[in-house]
Write a new protein. Structure first.
Length: 167
Protein backbone atom coordinates (compact mmCIF):
# COMPACT_ATOMS: atom_id res chain seq x y z
CA UNK A 1 0.00 0.00 0.00
CA UNK A 2 1.34 3.42 -1.01
CA UNK A 3 1.86 5.82 1.89
CA UNK A 4 0.06 9.17 1.73
CA UNK A 5 2.45 12.09 2.13
CA UNK A 6 1.37 15.16 4.07
CA UNK A 7 2.80 18.56 3.15
CA UNK A 8 3.84 20.33 6.36
CA UNK A 9 1.74 23.39 5.43
CA UNK A 10 -1.48 21.34 5.74
CA UNK A 11 -0.74 21.03 9.46
CA UNK A 12 -0.54 24.82 9.86
CA UNK A 13 -3.98 25.62 8.46
CA UNK A 14 -5.75 22.54 7.06
CA UNK A 15 -9.06 24.30 6.48
CA UNK A 16 -7.99 26.56 3.58
CA UNK A 17 -6.51 26.01 0.13
CA UNK A 18 -2.82 26.84 -0.22
CA UNK A 19 -0.28 27.13 -3.05
CA UNK A 20 1.16 23.71 -2.14
CA UNK A 21 -2.19 22.12 -3.14
CA UNK A 22 -2.46 23.63 -6.63
CA UNK A 23 -0.04 22.48 -9.36
CA UNK A 24 -1.57 24.40 -12.29
CA UNK A 25 -4.55 26.60 -13.16
CA UNK A 26 -7.67 25.70 -11.18
CA UNK A 27 -10.97 27.24 -12.32
CA UNK A 28 -13.56 27.35 -9.56
CA UNK A 29 -16.95 28.91 -8.81
CA UNK A 30 -17.30 31.24 -5.81
CA UNK A 31 -20.22 30.03 -3.65
CA UNK A 32 -19.97 32.64 -0.89
CA UNK A 33 -17.63 35.30 0.47
CA UNK A 34 -17.53 36.09 4.19
CA UNK A 35 -15.40 37.63 6.91
CA UNK A 36 -14.28 35.06 9.47
CA UNK A 37 -11.65 34.51 12.13
CA UNK A 38 -8.65 32.57 10.79
CA UNK A 39 -5.85 31.21 12.94
CA UNK A 40 -2.46 31.94 11.35
CA UNK A 41 0.86 30.09 11.40
CA UNK A 42 1.94 31.93 14.53
CA UNK A 43 -1.26 30.93 16.35
CA UNK A 44 -2.60 34.47 16.14
CA UNK A 45 -6.28 34.80 15.19
CA UNK A 46 -7.13 37.36 12.53
CA UNK A 47 -10.33 38.37 10.76
CA UNK A 48 -9.97 37.64 7.04
CA UNK A 49 -12.08 37.71 3.91
CA UNK A 50 -12.67 34.13 2.79
CA UNK A 51 -14.08 32.95 -0.55
CA UNK A 52 -15.81 29.57 -0.40
CA UNK A 53 -15.28 27.65 -3.63
CA UNK A 54 -17.24 24.85 -5.25
CA UNK A 55 -15.36 21.53 -5.13
CA UNK A 56 -12.38 22.61 -3.04
CA UNK A 57 -11.32 24.26 0.20
CA UNK A 58 -12.01 27.96 0.81
CA UNK A 59 -9.49 30.61 -0.26
CA UNK A 60 -8.34 33.35 2.11
CA UNK A 61 -8.51 36.51 -0.02
CA UNK A 62 -5.70 39.00 0.36
CA UNK A 63 -5.84 42.53 -1.09
CA UNK A 64 -4.18 41.53 -4.36
CA UNK A 65 -6.67 38.74 -5.09
CA UNK A 66 -9.64 40.84 -3.93
CA UNK A 67 -8.58 43.64 -6.30
CA UNK A 68 -8.25 41.13 -9.15
CA UNK A 69 -11.82 39.86 -8.62
CA UNK A 70 -13.03 43.47 -8.42
CA UNK A 71 -11.44 44.23 -11.81
CA UNK A 72 -12.60 40.93 -13.36
CA UNK A 73 -16.25 41.53 -12.56
CA UNK A 74 -16.31 45.34 -12.28
CA UNK A 75 -17.64 45.29 -8.73
CA UNK A 76 -16.05 45.70 -5.32
CA UNK A 77 -19.09 44.13 -3.64
CA UNK A 78 -18.41 40.63 -2.34
CA UNK A 79 -22.08 39.68 -2.58
CA UNK A 80 -21.83 40.15 -6.36
CA UNK A 81 -18.85 37.77 -6.60
CA UNK A 82 -21.04 34.78 -5.65
CA UNK A 83 -21.67 32.55 -8.68
CA UNK A 84 -18.67 33.97 -10.56
CA UNK A 85 -15.76 31.85 -11.80
CA UNK A 86 -12.12 32.56 -11.10
CA UNK A 87 -8.92 30.79 -12.09
CA UNK A 88 -6.42 30.28 -9.28
CA UNK A 89 -2.76 29.54 -9.98
CA UNK A 90 0.34 28.99 -7.82
CA UNK A 91 3.22 31.44 -7.96
CA UNK A 92 5.67 33.18 -5.62
CA UNK A 93 5.95 36.66 -4.12
CA UNK A 94 8.37 38.52 -1.86
CA UNK A 95 7.38 39.03 1.78
CA UNK A 96 9.85 40.77 4.06
CA UNK A 97 12.65 39.99 1.61
CA UNK A 98 11.82 36.29 1.47
CA UNK A 99 10.34 34.52 -1.57
CA UNK A 100 7.21 32.59 -0.55
CA UNK A 101 4.61 30.48 -2.36
CA UNK A 102 1.21 32.06 -2.89
CA UNK A 103 -2.01 31.73 -4.86
CA UNK A 104 -3.07 34.39 -7.34
CA UNK A 105 -6.16 34.84 -9.48
CA UNK A 106 -5.79 35.17 -13.25
CA UNK A 107 -6.77 38.62 -14.52
CA UNK A 108 -9.08 37.25 -17.21
CA UNK A 109 -12.59 35.86 -16.81
CA UNK A 110 -12.54 32.10 -17.49
CA UNK A 111 -14.28 31.16 -20.73
CA UNK A 112 -15.54 27.96 -22.37
CA UNK A 113 -16.20 24.68 -20.65
CA UNK A 114 -13.38 25.18 -18.14
CA UNK A 115 -15.32 28.13 -16.71
CA UNK A 116 -18.44 26.07 -16.13
CA UNK A 117 -17.34 22.66 -14.92
CA UNK A 118 -20.08 20.15 -14.35
CA UNK A 119 -20.41 19.51 -10.64
CA UNK A 120 -19.22 16.09 -9.54
CA UNK A 121 -21.25 14.25 -6.92
CA UNK A 122 -18.85 13.00 -4.25
CA UNK A 123 -21.59 11.96 -1.80
CA UNK A 124 -20.54 8.28 -1.74
CA UNK A 125 -16.83 9.07 -1.42
CA UNK A 126 -17.51 11.52 1.44
CA UNK A 127 -19.58 8.89 3.25
CA UNK A 128 -16.79 6.33 2.77
CA UNK A 129 -14.12 8.70 4.16
CA UNK A 130 -16.31 9.75 7.09
CA UNK A 131 -17.00 6.07 7.85
CA UNK A 132 -13.32 5.26 8.40
CA UNK A 133 -12.62 4.08 11.95
CA UNK A 134 -8.82 4.41 11.91
CA UNK A 135 -5.99 6.20 10.08
CA UNK A 136 -5.02 3.14 8.04
CA UNK A 137 -8.48 2.77 6.51
CA UNK A 138 -8.65 6.54 5.89
CA UNK A 139 -5.29 6.41 4.12
CA UNK A 140 -6.37 3.40 2.04
CA UNK A 141 -9.71 4.94 0.98
CA UNK A 142 -8.20 8.37 0.22
CA UNK A 143 -5.33 7.02 -1.89
CA UNK A 144 -7.83 4.88 -3.85
CA UNK A 145 -9.49 8.10 -5.10
CA UNK A 146 -8.42 9.67 -8.39
CA UNK A 147 -6.35 12.88 -8.19
CA UNK A 148 -9.30 15.19 -8.92
CA UNK A 149 -11.36 13.57 -6.15
CA UNK A 150 -8.40 13.78 -3.76
CA UNK A 151 -8.17 17.53 -4.36
CA UNK A 152 -11.92 18.00 -3.97
CA UNK A 153 -12.11 15.87 -0.82
CA UNK A 154 -8.89 17.02 0.88
CA UNK A 155 -10.95 18.94 3.43
CA UNK A 156 -12.96 15.83 4.37
CA UNK A 157 -9.73 13.82 4.68
CA UNK A 158 -8.17 16.51 6.90
CA UNK A 159 -11.33 16.69 9.03
CA UNK A 160 -11.19 12.92 9.54
CA UNK A 161 -7.45 12.96 10.31
CA UNK A 162 -8.09 15.48 13.07
CA UNK A 163 -11.05 13.48 14.38
CA UNK A 164 -9.18 10.14 14.34
CA UNK A 165 -6.03 11.58 15.91
CA UNK A 166 -8.17 12.96 18.79
CA UNK A 167 -9.51 9.47 19.59
Amino acid sequence: MEQTKTHWRILVNPLYIGAYMVQSDLTVKITKVVREIVKGENGKSEECTVAYLEGTKPLILNRTNSKTITKLYSTPYIEEWVGKYITIYPTTTKVSGETVECLRIRSTVPTGTAAAPKPVDYTNQIATLRGCQDMASLQFEYTALDKKAQIALAGVKDEMKLKLSAQ
